[in-house]
Design a protein around this ligand. Structure first.
Ligand SMILES: [Zn+2]
Ligand SMILES: [Zn+2]
Length: 134
């Protein structure tokens, strides 16, 4: 895969970022926490933490919904931007925050056991009740 620099930002622009290198295909999380925090499902790609450069990092707020992971979002506009496992070497980057064209596509759905009851998943892609099998 070609080394490409992707850029993204929150809705208000207080936080911008660049990520160099390959991005994983997008997974869509339907879990209760993503649904409530984002207002709907959350879509995320994934990259090496070392490949991510953040500008305006002071404007990021953090929330640990569970002790093992940190959600980072703009404290000004509230955009969810990053999800990191504590001590992990990768970072989930919310796909909606990336500038177009992303060159990405959705590969699967996770935590569909917790999905909202007001929509159907009809794209034919794999659906996992919780985390995908390793
Ligand atoms: Zn913002
Ligand atoms: Zn989730």
């Amino acid at each position: 895969m070609a080394e490409q620099v992707h850029r993204g930002r929150c809705a208000c622009g207080a936080v911008t970022y660049e990520v160099a290198g390959p991005l994983r295909p997008v997974s869509i999380c339907h879990c209760d926490t993503c649904r409530r925090q984002a207002g709907h499902q959350l879509a995320a790609t994934n990259a090496a933490l070392a490949a991510l450069t953040i500008q305006g990092e002071d404007n990021l707020a953090e929330w640990q919904a569970t002790p093992d992971a940190v959600r980072r979002f703009c404290r000004n506009c509230g955009s969810p931007l990053f999800w990191q496992r504590v001590g992990g070497s990768t970072v989930a980057i919310m796909a909606g925050s990336l500038d177009r064209p992303t060159g990405l596509s959705v590969s699967h759905h996770i935590f569909v056991a917790e999905k909202g009851d007001y929509y159907e998943i009809a794209d034919g892609l794999p659906q996992h009740p919780h985390w995908p099998p390793r």
